[in-house]
Design a binder for this molecule. Structure first.
Ligand SMILES: NC(=O)c1ccc[n+]([C@@H]2O[C@H](COP(=O)([O-])OP(=O)(O)OC[C@H]3O[C@@H](n4cnc5c(N)ncnc54)[C@H](O)[C@@H]3O)[C@@H](O)[C@H]2O)c1
Ligand SMILES: CCCCC[C@H](O)/C=C/C=C\C/C=C\C/C=C\CCCC(=O)O
Length: 270
């Protein structure tokens, strides 16, 4: 079981929603420090103040950072390293869902996929035991949207969450983990009550009413219960494992994913 005690943690998109509760759950469980990387300065500074008042000065620091801009992302990692000497855990949580313009779709892919890949690679570089690191954990946030073929839906958003799942599972494989000592775990949330869900809007306006009514019919778990599920995955997950946090219940679904890939590749020769 992996402990949170004394860990230096980064949470991207940690100013609101599930990310904000994830920050609190790590602090509550004795993390040494959590860095919030987010573009939302108002919520970020407010959360920093609230958590430092509740848990003690210096426990949390907000860094204004657009994760899709490499200089800002890597700059924030370097500041955390300069201040604390190490990074133990990175939760790649930042994402957007609004795909109602071509420009918005490009930004969505940049944030949901490219930034998450860059952050993962940077974190591995810092933490890998076969270089100068001492190991660590990366948790990449995917979704039920990667596990089911929703239609109509926000198709690009669903594609980005599948990319997160496949990338994280491949780079998290035991063969690579045994070299780097850096666990990569994927957490897929089910529908959760945050600002992201109302912003699921397709570029094809003709399908938006159906998307909306399908989503409105859903029971949403709370952002806090989603974050508590993340902690369970952190504590118990092996590298390359996948966890579903749906309706406030946490289930390891690694064997389902492996079975699905076995089926999809059954006619391929090795
Ligand atoms: N809410 C759900 O139903 C649900 C379900 C499955 C998966 N997820 C995933 O959970 C994660 C958290 O989502 P949420 O629902 O809490 O969303 P949210 O919109 O409440 O929070 C997202 C946070 O990311 C930040 N962010 C957006 N763009 C950024 C950027 N370029 N750089 C830095 N920060 C940025 C926002 O400012 C915000 O604080 C996402 O990866 C999302 O895809 C959410
Ligand atoms: C991302 C899926 C959007 C699906 C909308 C669609 O019309 C189908 C809905 C059918 C059932 C809805 C069940 C779950 C989806 C609702 C919200 C998912 C949030 C997932 C996420 O934010 O990643």
């Amino acid at each position: 079981m992996s402990e949170v005690n004394d860990k230096i943690v980064i949470v991207t998109g940690g100013a609101n929603g599930i990310g904000a509760f994830s920050v609190e759950v790590f602090i509550e469980n004795q993390a040494k420090h959590v860095a919030i990387l987010d573009i939302d300065t108002i919520s970020g500074f407010k959360l920093e103040k609230h958590l430092n008042t509740t848990y003690g000065d210096g426990k949390v620091k907000f860094y204004k950072c657009d994760v899709s801009i490499d200089d800002q992302l890597f700059g924030a990692f370097n500041k955390v390293l300069d201040s604390h000497g190490y990074i133990d855990v990175v939760v790649n949580n930042a994402a957007v869902s609004l795909e109602n313009s071509l420009e918005g779709i490009r930004r969505l892919v940049d944030i949901n996929v490219t930034a998450l890949v860059m952050s993962t690679l940077k974190a591995i570089e810092i933490m890998r035991v076969d270089k100068t690191g001492k190991g660590g954990t990366i948790i990449n946030i995917s979704s039920i949207a990667a596990l089911k073929q929703f239609c109509p839906s926000v198709f690009v958003y669903c594609g980005t969450k599948s990319a997160v799942l496949q990338f994280s599972n491949c780079i998290g494989k035991q063969e690579y983990f045994s070299k780097t000592g850096v666990r990569v775990i994927t957490v897929c949330y089910g529908p959760t009550d945050t600002d992201l869900v109302p912003l699921m809007i397709n570029i094809d306006d003709s399908i938006n009413p159906e998307i909306r009514s399908n989503i409105d019919a859903q029971k949403l778990q709370t952002a806090e219960s989603a974050a508590r599920g993340l902690l369970e995955a952190y504590k118990n997950g092996a590298s390359g494992s996948t966890w579903l946090v749906f309706d406030s219940k946490v289930t390891e679904i690694t064997s389902n994913i492996d079975r699905a890939y076995d089926i999809m590749s059954e006619n391929f020769t090795k």
